[in-house]
Design a protein around this ligand. Structure first.
Ligand code: GUN
Ligand code: FE
Length: 423
């Protein structure tokens, strides 16, 4: 696969340069050179005279999605066991499913389908959990890299309170992490991230060892934080000397700048301040929080206080890998929050949720806002004719809003990731 020297897409272009701020360019041009964005133009600059233009007609060209928290080895588990809550679901469904990834051939088959599904739905950047297995993690890296998916990938660490089939010995877990990093560190597109699963399944010795590795290699960390009431009570019981859940990570150097903590449903002011001061991203996973009956994250409060927020599907805690489904869930959940807070916390708009699922994640990974010049091209082209058949002629902003509620993966007719055409 090669990037084109000059790629010019003509069509209706939508991007989210700011929280709640959309940039709409009708019949404009999105230009990339050698896979990197040159810019979005209302009319084509003279220097591209004579260059080939790909005319997308009335289709909508927009930023592709960033799924900043998901579990690839839970792909076979999508839609199962969701009458349970977190801890029971992990024991009954998740751990036995992830244990199967000891079989590398099985892992390769699952990850191939997972990567295709991800790209088919327009997600081109991720922060993804693998399983505890190094070989499966290499297989996941290969499957995603073939489709030019960018972001972070983590080999999971866990050494207590889980079935023998996936529990690692503490020293072996740290050794395996070092071995994986030796292979993973040179990869500049899908970069390694330190991935202690969560406090209940990680001993202090493991957390401390991982903190040292993260420091030595200058790596971010991803994990789970304050997702579920029973989980939080368990952490309090396991770590009575800490000031809060966040502190069980912070004291081992795991709240590193640019790290990602999923959920934060029950984070109090102190925890939110710890995230903010350490430059850690809270990853909002509304489908998961609903599907596992975890609770409602007050997203707007985080944003208002200056905590960085991005969005994740958290498959298979969330049953939807397709990010427009997650965007829609974030908006709907914010409406429940508005009702539950006696109308004191305003709802999220579609434009705000789209920003969290695109630019916010891209920024976490070091990219700019919207279609920023110099960034590798990540975009999708969406044909809304199936949806608009009964109601043509709407303004572009309304067509976009309707797409977020109504689009399906089949409506995405083209995808570029890291400058490569992958669908
Ligand atoms: N906490 C620890 N592991 C998991 C997981 O796999 N999914 C979710 N949703 N929460 C977790
Ligand atoms: Fe998760």
């Amino acid at each position: 696969m090669e990037t084109e020297k000059i790629l010019i897409l003509k069509g209706n272009i939508i991007s989210a340069p700011g929280f709640g701020r959309l940039e709409l360019v009708e019949n404009g041009y999105l230009v990339a050179e050698d896979g990197n964005i040159t810019g979005v133009f209302k009319s084509l600059p003279d220097r591209f005279d004579g260059a080939h233009v790909t005319d997308c007609g009335s289709a909508i060209i927009m930023q592709s999605f960033c799924d900043m928290h998901l579990h690839a080895p839970q792909y076979p588990l999508l839609g199962l066991g969701l009458d349970m809550q977190l801890m029971e679901w992990l024991d009954t469904y998740t751990y036995p499913t992830e244990a199967k990834f000891k079989d590398t051939e099985y892992a390769k088959r699952v990850f191939e389908a997972f990567a295709q599904d991800l790209i088919g739905g327009g997600t081109t950047r991720v922060s993804v959990f693998s399983s505890v297995h190094n070989e499966a993690t290499y297989a996941l890296t290969e499957a995603l890299s073939r489709l030019h998916v960018a972001g972070y990938i983590g080999k999971v660490n866990m050494d207590r309170s889980c079935p023998d089939s996936i529990r690692e010995d503490t020293a072996a877990s740290l050794r395996a992490t070092e071995e994986w990093l030796e292979r993973a560190l040179p990869n500049k597109t899908l970069r390694p991230i330190i991935t202690p699963r969560f406090v209940p399944v990680c001993s202090d010795e493991l957390l401390s060892g991982l903190g040292h590795i993260a420091y030595r290699c200058g790596l971010p960390v991803q994990s789970h934080l304050s997702e579920n009431i029973k989980e939080i009570a368990l952490v309090r019981e396991l770590c009575p000397e800490t000031y809060g859940y966040w502190h069980a990570y912070e004291r081992h150097g795991l709240l590193r700048r640019g790290s990602l903590m999923a959920h934060c449903v029950y984070s109090d002011l102190r925890e939110r301040n710890a995230l903010k001061e350490n430059g850690v991203w809270a990853v909002h996973c509304p489908c998961s929080n609903m599907d596992l009956s975890s609770g409602i994250m007050p997203v707007r409060r985080f944003v208002y206080e200056g905590v960085n927020v991005c969005m994740g599907s958290d498959i298979a805690g969330g049953a939807d890998l397709f990010m427009p489904g997650v965007i829609k869930a974030a908006v709907r959940m914010s409406k429940l929050n508005w009702i539950a807070t006696a109308q004191s916390e305003p709802i999220l708009s579609i434009a705000e949720a789209y920003y969290l699922a695109t630019t916010a994640g891209a920024k976490c990974l070091g990219a700019g806002a919207g279609f920023a010049p110099g960034d590798p091209l990540h975009c999708i082209v969406v044909d809304d004719s199936r949806i608009s058949a009964a109601d043509e002629g709407r303004p572009l902003g309304e067509r976009f809003e309707r797409l977020m509620y109504r689009m399906q993966p089949a409506d995405i007719i083209a995808v570029w990731a890291e400058g490569y055409r992958v669908k």
